[in-house]
Design a protein around this ligand. Structure first.
Ligand code: ZN
Length: 286
């Protein structure tokens, strides 16, 4: 899988940097975003289904094709848990459709978003135990569509409402059970605190399952767990150190900038992109 992640980046593109649209989605629609990334000679983009809907799928296809940019991540399939009965079945159907759309856009991988605990339900253990079974069907579909399924463990503070997958170790365990076609995305914001991080990165790398490396930073204090991520270098994460571990584990793919931040969403998008690129060049040498 790392080979596949590497191969989608055009050989003539020296830059090993991918921009996630979430970083500037409040100030740039998908057309403007793709254009801005192409002008900066980035290796690729990660895209969002809602943003495709805003400009229309045909136009989104056309602008991506004209730009020559690779699509690394597609956001997203899910949530898949947190509902019962007919609603649960319709969530799985919706996730299947998102997997199909990720494949139509030639994405390397589709981000799987588990969802948090259902309202009033406290049985976290039961939901975690069932997650593998639930993902197995979606993984079969992703395999058939030819797109990787990416599990991104989120910070444990998001366990209540966003995800029940909260450590890289748990994501690795799930991948071990599920088999080929599923991998992990290492997002520094979500995993930097983990004492077992280096071990779990090495484990994911040895299995050839690191699909992506998302960067941003952890600010002190963090005022909002969802919308207060920092620009790389403004926080306390050892970004260069984690990048070294990911590279040592055999990951040959690009660095992907993904910053959800109300502070940065209020700035000029060109300034945000240029700052992010400059920081990545100095921290990751991409
Ligand atoms: Zn991420």
């Amino acid at each position: 899988m790392p080979e596949r992640t590497e191969a989608i980046i055009r050989p003539d593109v020296a830059c090993r940097l991918v921009m996630n649209h979430a970083t500037v989605r409040e100030t740039m629609d998908m057309a403007a975003f793709v254009d801005a990334c192409a002008r900066r000679d980035l290796a690729g983009v990660s895209i969002w289904g809602e943003e495709i809907d805003r400009i229309g799928e045909d136009r989104a296809h056309r602008i991506l094709k004209d730009s020559g940019l690779a699509v690394l991540g597609y956001n997203r399939a899910g949530p898949v848990i947190g509902a019962a009965g007919a609603q649960a079945a319709s969530r799985l159907d919706a996730a299947r459709r998102e997997i199909e759309r990720a494949a139509r856009f030639g994405a390397d991988h589709v981000m799987l978003f588990t969802g948090g605990l259902p309202a009033g339900d406290k049985d976290l253990g039961a939901h975690r135990a069932r997650l593998g079974e639930m993902l197995a069907g979606l993984l079969d579909h992703a395999r058939a569509c030819g797109v990787g399924l990416a599990l991104e463990p989120l910070h444990p503070m998001l366990c209540g409402d966003r995800t029940i997958l909260t450590s890289l170790g748990d994501a690795n365990d799930l991948c071990d059970r599920l088999g080929p076609g599923v991998g992990v995305v290492v997002d520094v914001y979500h995993v930097w605190w983990d004492a077992r991080l280096e071990h779990e990165i090495a484990r994911a790398g040895a299995a050839g399952r690191i699909l992506g490396f998302h960067v941003n930073d952890w600010l002190v204090p963090t005022r909002d767990i969802l919308r207060d991520r920092g620009m790389m270098g403004d926080g306390i994460i050892d970004l260069a150190g984690i990048w070294r571990q990911v590279r040592m584990a055999g990951f040959g793919g690009p660095v992907e900038v993904e910053i959800f931040s109300d502070a940065w969403a209020g700035r000029e998008p060109d300034e945000v992109l240029d700052t992010a690129i400059e920081r990545c060049r100095s921290i990751f040498a991409v």
